[in-house]
Design a protein around this ligand. Structure first.
Ligand SMILES: Cc1cc2nc3c(=O)[nH]c(=O)nc-3n(C[C@H](O)[C@H](O)[C@H](O)COP(=O)(O)OP(=O)(O)OC[C@H]3O[C@@H](n4cnc5c(N)ncnc54)[C@H](O)[C@@H]3O)c2cc1C
Length: 439
């Protein structure tokens, strides 16, 4: 082992949560390294630190600084429909024809993407779709309960906005096409109400008359700002003894019953457990452990306008155009889109601008000036389910990634499940549909 190796619990403070001595005080080497300080790694750190474990969270940038910082802020607990069916395949030809439309695939990236696309297509078969839907619904039920609990414990409940969402349709045909999806959600007890006329105008004043109908989902929630929430939850984890190390993990491997984590630049860290929560880069680490997981990235774009740009009463969803508008405490965020273009290509912010132009048409009173453009990397698996489970390399290495469009929504549930796995409790839900070995 390199001479600069060190125990992952070096310097950790005692956990105040249980009033019990920390693992270090007890002389145990019960330490956990989590790679990735996005919302998934942060929540895993919070749950493990609350359980009295010593946790080291490693990220090359910082706490909640990348994809988890700039998303659309939705706790989309009712969003249980797998993407492979959710109107997406039907819309593909129309969307792909528009270079700045809701879905883009650079032709040069297509050969690399093809195996993922084939899996995505297969995930849309009736049997696979139903299985993913049931699994997603079970995770969402846990997601809501766990976020409400974690928000209470971390003092972040005040960041929750409970004003529902409004999905909008430009024609009767578009509305009718959405109905099977709504009845599927209804089967899982998700409440919604179709609205039109005066009720629609009241739910969002100032909408263009091109919208003829809407669906109001009262249980949909958003947060004041996803970056601030991530940092606040980290503050809670830190108060329970978790420690952050900035570093780029170049290598993970097993050494006897321990885990070796090597940072670029030479530092080596030994740990008892490893959690890979590295978002869209996680498959690169899994590959080092001998596992090939078909993770792709669905890049997404947005623009955050000043709060004064327009009064938006709740999150507005324009599914036919692949974007949403979210009122945040820190601004008005307009964005979405899916660009299947891998991890390396430079961003094309013309996408952000195309969505902003549409937003101006949909809310004619909107002031589109003074915005900040952003791109993030959704970590996506072809069946729309994340990977939550043990690596085949060793029981003390677990994966928590691939949450696609729903990472914020499912982060607390994932943290809970990772805690269950690491401490050896039986998981709160059946993890078979989320197995890393399902592909
Ligand atoms: C436009 C857009 C809108 C979205 N809206 C929503 C929404 O409204 N609701 C919702 O639930 N979800 C939404 N999402 C999805 C959500 O943002 C993601 O699923 C979630 O942020 C993924 O979190 P993560 O922790 O897995 O990954 P990330 O936030 O990407 O964090 C992973 C971290 O790991 C680090 N890392 C990677 N490799 C290494 C390494 N080798 N060494 C050190 N560090 C490493 C990265 O630097 C990064 O900081 C949206 C996404 C986009 C792009």
């Amino acid at each position: 082992m390199a001479s600069n190796s060190e125990p992952a619990n070096e310097g950790l403070r005692p956990s105040p949560s249980l009033g019990a001595p920390s693992p270090r005080e007890r002389g145990e080497a019960e330490n956990i390294v989590i790679v990735g300080a996005g919302i998934i790694g942060i929540c895993a750190a919070a749950y493990l630190a609350e359980a009295g474990r010593s946790v080291m969270l490693i990220d090359r940038t910082g706490i909640c600084e990348e994809t988890s910082s700039g998303n659309a802020a939705a706790f989309a607990f009712s969003d249980v429909l797998p993407l492979a069916q959710k109107g997406m395949i039907r819309q593909l030809p129309k969307w792909l024809a528009d270079p700045l439309g809701p879905l883009a695939i650079p032709p040069g990236y297509l050969p690399k993407l093809l195996p993922w696309l084939i899996r995505f297509w297969r995930a849309g078969s009736p049997r696979n779709y139903e299985a993913s839907l049931a699994a997603q619904a079970s995770l969402m039920k846990l997601a809501e309960a766990e976020w409400m609990g974690l928000m209470e414990r971390s003092g972040t409940r005040k960041m929750l906005r409970e004003d529902g969402s409004l999905e909008l349709y430009e024609s009767e045909a578009e509305f009718s096409a959405s109905l099977p999806g709504w009845s599927a959600r209804g089967r899982f007890g998700i409440a919604f109400r179709h609205v039109a006329g005066g009720e629609l105008a009241e739910l969002q004043p100032g909408l263009s008359p091109r919208f003829v109908k809407g669906t109001f989902v009262p249980g949909w929630k958003t947060v004041a700002d996803p970056k601030l929430l991530g940092k606040a939850v980290w503050g809670h984890a830190e108060a329970h003894g978790a420690k952050f190390v900035q570093g780029d993990v170049g290598l993970v491997m097993r050494s006897k019953d321990q885990v070796v984590v090597q940072l670029r630049g030479g530092r080596t860290i030994m740990a008892q457990h490893l959690v890979v929560a590295a978002g869209a880069w996680s498959h690169l680490l899994a590959r080092q452990l001998g596992e090939r997981i078909p993770l792709e990235t669905e890049r997404g774009y947005n623009t955050t306008l000043p709060r004064t740009a327009f009064v938006v009463k709740r999150q507005l969803i324009f599914s036919g155009h692949g974007f949403v508008i979210t009122p945040l405490d820190t601004g008005l965020r307009v964005g979405g889109a899916v660009e299947l273009a891998g991890l390396r290509r430079p961003p094309n912010f013309a996408r952000s601008r195309a969505m902003l132009e549409k937003a101006k048409q949909f809310l004619p009173g909107l002031d589109p000036s003074g915005g900040r453009e952003w791109m993030g990397f959704r970590p996506s698996l072809p069946d729309s389910l994340p990977v939550i489970g043990r690596s085949q390399a060793a029981d003390n290495m677990v994966y928590a990634f691939g949450h696609g469009h729903l990472g914020l929504t499912q982060a607390a549930a994932t943290g809970r499940l990772i805690r269950d796995l690491v401490v050896g409790q039986s998981p709160a839900i059946d993890l078979a549909p989320f197995s890393p070995q399902r592909f």
